[in-house]
Design a protein around this ligand. Structure first.
Ligand code: DGJ
Length: 725
């Protein structure tokens, strides 16, 4: 395992437990990248894969040995524009004289143990080895450093690039992708996670076709609409077997994931910051660092691909204290009260949590400025004395009296026109003075690319946290960008607004982590509109969707698990009929779906019957029992809710001593045959006791024959708790 450079073949081998990633120094010092797949032995000479194509209309680069050599025909590591490779480039540069041509070639490399995190951007830590490869465009002096970190045991490679202005003049970087990879054969399906508000991360699997196909976001955030994750799988790949490549971007702003199938049958796969509306000025000697892309390959199907990502994000992403700890079971008041609350009502809600096993009460939107609806006060982070005349203290004390803690909602990146902040600083909103501008949810976006805005947020939000005993923050973000113009930046840097916003967003998140290390912060963006690894670096869980209906959540959580571990998803049991779907579902189903994530409640405990209160106490106790599996277990998707009438999943502790599975029935079918659930990931030699059936089964029986399911009516669910004997 490890990273080596084979001097005789001139190939770099990045070898993990089960995979090899190979590229070599080719003719004229170009990089030739023929292979990412199952592990190959050291010394394999993949120059033998090189084949000369008939190269009509593929111009030959200067110094090419024959007419068969053209950049258009070479699979390469980090392609550039201008020298005859007509496929998508990874990098684009504009020089002062208007030229856009660069031709990066190999210069040198370093291999070091461990890894350093990227400067100013969230990235993985705890890697085994790092490879840096220096490329240079000799005529100009522009340099590119390709950066690779391997995580051997989990078959993960993290990739990024640095573009360095080695010239004597300012240049503009117009494209700077995090990774590019040429798959030699394009016979794959592309998988993406698309969606909308209240329907995030649905799974799309479509065959690749000739030409460019891409997903991405130009909305300023990673978005509900497409998630920064793409995968390429063979036609026959299932959850359990077959080739699966995955790529996820650790970034929360505009992004692109693209595959270009060329006429010769190869596929160029790329991911990074979306080049539309992006440019970055680099003065001589300065460098631009791309976000990190995380890639994995397995021949063991989509579920293993997901497990590799889950392990990368659970054990190598971020440093928050509560990263792999059980997070508090919360009651959030949003669906209980919306904006309609006052001190008395909230005290009643907190009081009624007594005896339910709730850890934290979270006060959602509406506690600040004079916010009674969504048309005012964002930016005014001081208490709404009309609703809470005595401030937050009585609420905090009430929580503490009954052994709970207090949490609070913020939407730091926003500004309302009706706010003290806007009246004082109208130029702090992202828009162009003198032009009409859009509103989203009646609000504007704070220009966080500005240093003074960052300082304001640190003082005000930090002040509330410093002056009150707050253990939990829900950080919301409720509109997408328009008129992205900053009054603080010069004309030639307006293309930097989106990325500068994200960089300062990360600085603010890091500030909160450093200054309030015990605080649990839950990410949120109108539900799951910013569910990405960039946020997860700082905030270990994210509100998965504003759709809290258990049946809709089956698809949303199943889709999200393609890339993110269940412990990263916040899921709340909410009232029935559900507020988004008006659907009536059993309490047990709502609990089992929400308990397979970071669990809580989104309802008014004052409205509960005694029987429901007893059920909640049982649920919170139960969550404490199974939460270890949800945090540390390997996750298996068992039954797909998108193409069946059910959904099932399970968690297995890595030592296979315990497991926990959930099966949910969607709509019933008449005369439906008996259903069997087959488990996965168990020890086939062992005997497991299933609590709910009070019976023992062989691990082999459970995996290969399965257990018969009792009859379930519409929306009913059942669980299985397995202990190895
Ligand atoms: C959107 C969030 O997703 C909701 O949970 C809630 O916090 C509202 N915003 C409040 O405005």
């Amino acid at each position: 395992m490890g990273i080596t450079f084979d001097k005789s073949t001139q190939f770099f081998h990045l070898t993990t437990k089960n995979t090899s990633y190979l590229f070599g120094i080719f003719d004229n010092n170009y990089l030739y990248s023929p292979y990412y797949g199952r592990r190959l032995r050291e010394g394999t000479d993949l120059k033998r894969l090189w084949q000369k194509y008939p190269s009509g209309f593929s111009p030959n680069y200067e110094g090419a040995p024959s007419v068969d050599y053209a950049l258009d025909l070479i699979p390469t590591e980090y392609p550039a524009y201008g020298g005859g490779d007509y496929r998508n480039p990874a990098v684009g540069v504009h020089f002062e004289d208007g030229s856009r041509i660069i031709d990066p070639k190999f210069v040198s490399y370093t291999i070091t143990d461990g890894n350093e995190e990227l400067k100013g951007l969230p990235s993985l830590s705890g890697g085994d080895q790092t490879l840096e490869v220096l490329l240079r465009d000799e005529p100009s002096g522009v340099e590119i450093v390709l950066h690779y970190v391997i995580f051997e045991d989990i078959d993960i490679i993290a990739r990024s690039a640095r573009i360095i202005n080695g010239t004597n003049e300012a240049i503009r970087v117009t494209r700077a992708l995090s990774m590019s990879m040429d798959l030699p054969i394009a016979d794959y399906d592309m998988i993406g996670l698309y969606g909308t508000h209240i329907r995030e991360r649905q799974i799309d699997r479509s065959p690749l076709r000739h030409g460019i196909q891409s997903v991405g976001s130009r909305r300023g955030t990673s978005s509900h609409h497409h998630n920064p994750f793409i995968s390429f799988v063979s036609k026959t790949t299932t959850e359990e077997q077959g080739d699966a490549y995955g790529c996820a971007l650790i970034y929360s702003g505009n992004w692109i994931g693209v595959a270009e199938v060329d006429p010769f049958g190869g596929a160029r796969v790329q991911m990074g910051i979306h080049p539309a509306d992006f440019s970055w000025k680099l003065n001589p000697g300065e460098e631009f660092v791309t976000p990190e892309a995380v890639i994995t390959y397995t021949h063991n199907g989509m579920n293993r691909m997901s497990q590799n990502f889950h392990d990368a994000f659970r054990y190598h992403l971020g440093h928050t204290k509560n990263r792999n700890k059980r997070r508090p079971i919360v009651v959030n008041n949003w669906e209980a009260t919306y904006f309609d609350f006052d001190e008395e009502k909230l005290l009643g809600i907190i009081e009624s949590c007594k005896g339910l096993g709730i850890d934290t009460f979270v006060l959602d939107d509406g506690w600040f400025g004079h916010r009674d609806t969504d048309n005012s006060s964002l930016g005014d982070w001081f208490v709404h004395t009309g609703k809470l005349p005595n401030g937050l203290t009585p609420l905090i004390e009430k929580c503490e009296e009954q052994g709970m803690t207090f949490g609070l909602w913020f939407e730091p990146e926003m500004i309302s026109e009706d706010s003290e902040l806007y009246r004082a600083h109208p130029d702090w909103a992202l828009k162009k003075n003198g032009r009409p501008f859009c509103r989203g949810r009646q609000q504007l976006i704070l220009d966080l690319s500005r240093e003074d805005v960052l300082e304001y947020l640190q003082e005000t939000v930090g002040g509330v946290l410093r002056n009150n005993r707050i253990s939990y923050v829900k950080w919301d973000m409720n509109r997408h960008f328009t008129e992205a113009y900053s009054e603080a930046l010069p004309p030639d840097q307006q293309g930097e607004v989106f990325h500068r916003f994200v960089l300062n967003l990360y600085r603010f998140m890091a500030y909160l982590n450093e200054n309030f290390p015990d605080l649990v912060i839950e990410g949120c963006s109108g539900g799951g509109g910013r569910f990405d690894a960039g946020v997860l670096y700082y905030q270990p869980q994210i509100w998965t969707s504003d759709d809290s209906d258990a049946i809709e959540r089956l698809k949303i959580q199943y889709g999200t698990s393609m890339c993110y571990p269940p412990q990263a998803m916040t899921a709340h049991l909410s009232a029935s009929p559900n507020h988004q779907m008006n659907r009536v579902t059993p309490y047990n189903t709502r609990a089992l779906v929400a308990q397979s994530a970071s669990f809580g409640y989104e309802l008014n405990p004052l409205h509960l019957t005694d029987e429901e209160r007893a059920q909640i106490k049982t649920q919170t106790d139960r969550y404490r029992e199974v939460s270890d599996m949800i945090l540390k277990g390997d996750f298996y998707r068992l039954i797909n809710p998108f193409n069946t009438n059910a959904c099932a999943w399970m968690f297995v502790l890595p030592d296979k001593s315990k497991a926990y599975a959930v099966y949910v029935r969607q709509l019933n079918l008449p005369a439906d045959p008996v259903k069997v659930l087959k488990f996965q990931g168990l020890d086939p030699e062992a005997v497991y006791h299933i609590d709910e059936l009070d019976a023992d089964f062989g691990g082999d029986e459970l995996m290969y024959a399965g257990v018969a399911l009792k009859h379930l009516w519409d929306f009913e669910a059942t669980s299985f708790t397995l202990t190895k004997k």
